[in-house]
Design a protein around this ligand. Structure first.
Ligand code: PEP
Length: 248
């Protein structure tokens, strides 16, 4: 039985002092031991958020990471820095990073490999544009994203990766994919994992849905056979996140 995982993606929101206040507000609301709860926060908020989450069920994630160990990469964050700061998860390949910062599937693959090497769990994002959905190439496109991102990742490591299916047209738009659309793609991702690896890896890997998830849509989405929780943007900054974590 796969354990559900609900992760908040704070994006570029909250100063360090605001971040601590948000954690204090959300901490009692997300105190659910049956679900993995992760707050993925801006780099500068990581240290105070890790401190504020101590003694709670909340794990801390980063929103990005570079794939080199150290060196002349001004502005980047190395995996060892994240580990030392107490980070356990990292969002990789978010559509906003692909669109605004030119991240390619090949770069994301390097980041996934590096995160695994440092025992940070990648939350690997994939998802189609509205145009791709209308052209009927959603499954092909997502299969390609997932296959390239997981190239050279061993089955045992792939089983621990979290994949977030996030249709780009549903991110921050208030348009949630229907439960059927979300389940259909998540099932296809699992099928793709079974083909690339094996049935056991496919059965173990956790697949989230992301895209305007809120307290109302979470229960149905998370009840789908192949949806193991959610990656939540806007609603992760509000009390709603508590209701999403306690979706049952
Ligand atoms: C996201 O940023 O990953 C996301 C899904 O955002 P939102 O929930 O705001 O659509």
């Amino acid at each position: 039985m796969r354990r559900k995982i609900v992760a908040g993606n704070w994006k570029m929101n909250k100063t360090p002092s605001e971040a601590v206040k948000l954690v204090e507000m959300l901490k009692p609301l997300v105190a659910n031991e049956e679900v993995d709860v992760v707050f993925c926060v801006p780099a500068i908020d990581i240290i105070p958020v890790v401190e504020a989450c101590k003694g709670s069920n909340i794990k801390v994630g980063a929103e990005n990471m570079y794939y080199e160990e150290s060196g002349a990469y001004t502005g980047e964050i190395a995996p060892a820095m994240l580990v030392d700061a107490g980070v356990e998860y990292v969002v990789l390949g978010h559509s906003e990073r692909r669109e605004y910062f030119g991240e390619t599937d090949a770069m994301i693959n390097k980041k996934v490999l590096k995160a695994i090497e440092h025992k940070i769990t990648p939350i690997l994002c994939c998802g189609e544009t509205l145009e791709q959905r209308e052209q009927g190439v959603t499954m092909d496109f997502i299969r390609q994203q997932v296959k390239i991102a997981l190239q050279n990742v061993a089955a045992a490591d792939a089983a621990n990766v979290v994949i977030a299916y996030e249709p780009i047209w549903a991110i921050g738009t208030g348009k949630t994919a229907t439960t059927e659309q979300a389940q259909e793609v998540c099932a296809e991702i699992r099928k793709c994992i079974a083909e690339v690896y094996d049935d056991a890896t496919a059965a173990a890997i956790r697949i989230q849905y992301g895209g305007s998830v809120n307290a109302k849509t979470a229960p149905d989405l998370f009840a789908q056979a192949d949806i193991d929780g959610g990656l939540v943007g806007g609603a992760s900054l509000k009390e709603d996140f508590g209701a999403i974590v306690n979706y049952k």
